[in-house]
Design a protein around this ligand. Structure first.
Ligand code: NDP
Length: 297
């Protein structure tokens, strides 16, 4: 079994290198060419040539244009990487009879209300990044290829930068932090996403009727303010010396960004849990594990 992984050094891609390894022969690429294979999603012809050369049984696309604010102005590049490149992957997967595994976002929804989004809910992208990711989803579905699309949210990895590490860094120097309290979601570990991908893919290979669109996020819900408070309390309880004494809740309107953010990032994961008999742990368990690594405890 040949597996082509794109975006191998992103948060999710890095964890997929580990979780996909037992499933088959893994060819993992980032945007830089290796042995004449281009993994650059902005080069559509190069991408198509790579797939035709590798002839994978499974394509896992963890690469994406994820700069949410920049996507408001770099619209053409965001559309090419998130939309047109995904279409190339889907067309080539359909021709080869290969599986395509892809990731999308709750930003395809309006972000309104307080009910967790289901796969069947109406889409209305909240910003250009969300629109470009939706175009990618639709290209996959239209292609007719065998696919698993996982919409996720609030992704963190232990490697590289993440929200928790930023809060800890700021809390070392500042007595007071302002954190958004009216956006709600579930911090979801890249390691959990990668593990669920491998488990679901293993089942889908045996039962192709499981193909489809799924919501994937850790259990529970929290605001960014609650998340920051949790991280800082955990660090203090584990002996970190932090200057911060007050963490103030603020509204999204007090922190304007080029791209609009959804207030409601809750994802209903019932379909994924039922179809694949999977358990999704509460967000605290993955965050605790990540913090133990970050704090070296
Ligand atoms: P990251 O930003 O960590 O990783 C994205 C990867 O894509 C990076 O390694 C980046 O490489 C690569 N990439 C960007 N442009 C190109 C290109 N033109 N060609 C090849 N590679 C490229 O994202 P995540 O791991 O967090 O996201 C994984 C998936 O989950 C994506 O589909 C994303 O849209 C989705 N998602 C993420 C959320 C989040 O909170 N992060 C929330 C919801 C969904 P480089 O470092 O070289 O730029």
């Amino acid at each position: 079994m040949n597996i082509l992984l794109l975006g191998k050094n992103g948060q999710v891609g890095w964890e997929l290198q580990r979780s996909l390894a037992p499933l088959g022969q893994l060819i993992a690429l980032d945007r830089h060419p290796v042995d004449g294979l281009s993994g650059d999603l902005s080069d559509l012809d190069g991408l198509r040539a790579t797939i035709r050369q590798v002839r994978p049984d499974i394509i896992v696309n963890a690469a994406a244009y994820t700069a949410v604010d920049k996507a408001e102005t770099e619209t053409e590049l965001a559309d090419r990487v998130n939309g047109q490149a995904t279409q190339v992957l889907a067309e080539e997967a359909a021709t080869l009879g290969a599986w395509l595994v892809h990731y999308s976002t709750d930003y395809v929804f309006s972000g309104q209300g307080s009910t967790a989004w289901k796969e069947t809910d109406a889409v209305a992208p909240v910003n250009h990044y969300g629109a470009s990711k939706l175009a990618g989803e639709q290209a996959i579905i239209d292609s007719g290829c065998k696919h698993l699309i996982f919409r996720t949210s609030w992704v963190y990895g232990a490697r590289g930068n993440n929200f928790a590490k930023t809060m800890l860094r700021l809390a070392k120097d500042r007595e007071s932090l302002n954190v958004i309290a009216d956006q709600i979601g579930a911090p979801t570990g890249a390691d959990l996403i990668a593990d669920v991908t491998a488990l679901a893919l293993g089942q889908a290979l045996q039962r192709p009727e499981l193909a489809g669109l799924y919501h994937l996020a850790a259990g529970g819900e929290i605001s960014w303010h609650g998340y920051a408070s949790h991280v800082i309390a955990f660090a203090k309880a584990n002996g970190e010396e932090l200057a911060v004494t007050s963490i103030n809740p603020i509204d999204t309107t007090a922190y304007p960004t080029p791209a609009r953010r959804p207030l409601n990032s809750r994802l209903n994961t019932q379909k994924l849990r039922a179809n694949f008999s999977l358990h999704l742990p509460d967000w605290q368990s993955g965050v605790t594990r990540m913090l133990m690594e970050v704090l070296n405890k």
